[in-house]
Design a protein around this ligand. Structure first.
Ligand SMILES: *Cc1c(COP(=O)(O)O)cnc(C)c1O
Length: 446
């Protein structure tokens, strides 16, 4: 679905009309909205911590009750027997990322899962022709945890991270990466590349990378392709299986609304499902289910992503995640959400540009600051977040917005990230935000 920006209007009545016609508007009522001065805050921080689904509490209470009532028997006799709890999440999580159920498992937390995947899919070695295949390609300015994970994995193999890790940066004067540059760099490093490991959507710029093209390019040079989908899962439509991605990991507490520090998802492509040659860190929950309780020596991994599990399921964060994924299902899945998301973020972009282009009409008395949207304007190259590069005075503006009940986030040195989320944000909130944004701009520096 393309965004018909030309039809947008910079009026409150228009924004309210969009909400009235929005088939997903009713899902807002399924969430607890943080309050500011007796009204719902303008919450645009779902990229950092998604809001609490109202169903989360009952989901946790169900498990607390079973624990109280049944003790250890809850593993078998609970409403959702704990022994199999992770299986309840496989299908909805797989639908969310475009995977087969066996390709997905929910476990641990994100950086832990990234390390588990790197143990399996980053294996520096010498090729038969003598080439050293040892490099990892990553986007420059990746999320710090990913940088540290890659760095420490390189060291684990006795390598110098500065040599092993190849960062691709935007061209001078640009803020986002060009796919052509990424593909050319992959081709240039060729058979020295062991792994291409990138974010799916960059946390800072909001750019969504062409994961299909990147995966294909990685495979063409004989490298694996893996993605950290922390900012992509629940935000954009993913087709991990069809794209042929080797592995992916994501957290559940950003767009997936599953609570602070919540559990994480892992994808391993079906082609690796029965590959026992892949090195891995093993634990009893990844062991052949039929023999798990024989408590015998000799690890036999379960086929599929389940074979990477270490520990028995963390029921409480998983209960919240289960409740949250049910909301995604009820909303019609990612396609439906994405259709709204493109419009909602398109409207935010339209309003910001409208102010810039018609400054005199909106604020005849004052000059307007030059705000640059560094997120790509092509909807296919972004999720719901827009990253606004603000000139001097931006920090003061951000402070004032916060005082007026806007929850967005400030990223040093000069970016405000705003993420309107289709499950619970409205067109009216986007309208009000942009009004405030220009109204509150400090006079002294504007
Ligand atoms: C949020 C985020 C993380 C956080 O990792 P945790 O292990 O969940 O603390 C890691 N990587 C990326 C890209 C993120 O956006």
């Amino acid at each position: 679905m393309s965004v018909t920006t030309h039809a947008f209007q910079n009026t409150l009545a228009y924004a309210q009309q969009c909400d009235a016609h929005d088939p997903l508007h009713r899902f807002r009522a399924e969430f607890h909205l943080p309050q500011h001065a007796g009204k719902p805050a303008l919450y645009f921080c779902g990229n950092s911590l998604g809001l609490q689904p109202k169903s989360a509490r009952a989901a946790v209470e169900q498990e607390l009750d079973d624990w109280a009532r049944l003790g250890v028997e809850g593993h078998f006799q609970g409403k959702n027997p704990w022994l199999y709890y992770h299986k309840l999440l496989q299908e909805p999580a797989a639908r969310l990322v475009g995977a087969e159920p066996d390709e997905v498992v929910v476990m641990n937390s994100l950086t832990v899962n990234l390390h588990l995947m790197l143990i399996s899919f980053y294996q520096p070695h010498r090729e038969a022709n003598g080439t050293r295949r040892f490099r990892i390609l990553v986007e420059g300015g990746a999320f710090p945890s990913d940088q540290y994970a890659l760095e420490s994995q390189a060291r684990l193999h006795g390598l110098d991270p500065d040599e092993a890790i190849v960062e691709v940066h935007p061209r001078t004067g640009e803020h986002t990466l060009r796919t052509e540059d990424l593909l050319a760099t992959i081709a240039r490093y060729g058979d020295e590349l062991a792994l291409v490991m990138m974010g799916g959507v960059n946390y800072y710029t909001g750019q969504c990378y062409d994961m299909a093209a990147i995966t294909e390019a990685a495979h063409r040079v004989g490298a694996y392709a893996g993605f950290d989908l922390a900012h992509a899962a629940g935000n954009v439509v993913l087709r991990l299986h069809d794209w042929g991605v080797d592995f992916a990991v994501w957290c559940s507490y950003k767009y997936l609304n599953s609570g602070p520090g919540g559990t994480s998802g892992t994808f391993v492509h079906a082609r690796h499902a029965r590959n026992k040659e892949l090195p891995r860190l093993a634990g009893w929950w990844g062991h052949n289910e039929a023999e798990r309780f024989l408590m015998q020596k000799g690890f036999q991994p379960m086929p599929g992503a389940a074979g990477w599990q270490l520990s028995n399921a963390q029921i409480f964060p998983m209960a919240i995640h289960k409740a949250s994924l049910e909301v995604f299902e009820a909303a019609g899945g990612m396609e439906a959400l994405r259709a709204k998301s493109e419009r909602l973020t398109g409207y935010l972009e339209f309003l910001l540009r409208d102010y810039q282009e018609h400054a005199a009409r909106h604020r005849p008395a004052k000059a307007l600051p030059e705000v640059q949207i560094i997120t790509p304007s092509n909807p296919a190259e972004r999720g719901c977040q827009l990253s606004l590069l603000v000139p001097e005075g931006g920090r003061a503006l951000f402070q004032r917005l916060t005082e007026r009940g806007v929850v967005a986030d400030w990223r040093e040195p000069d970016v405000i990230r705003v993420a309107p989320v289709p499950l619970y944000n409205t067109f009216e909130e986007v309208y009000t935000f942009v009004q405030l944004f220009y109204e509150l701009w400090p006079d002294s520096v504007a």
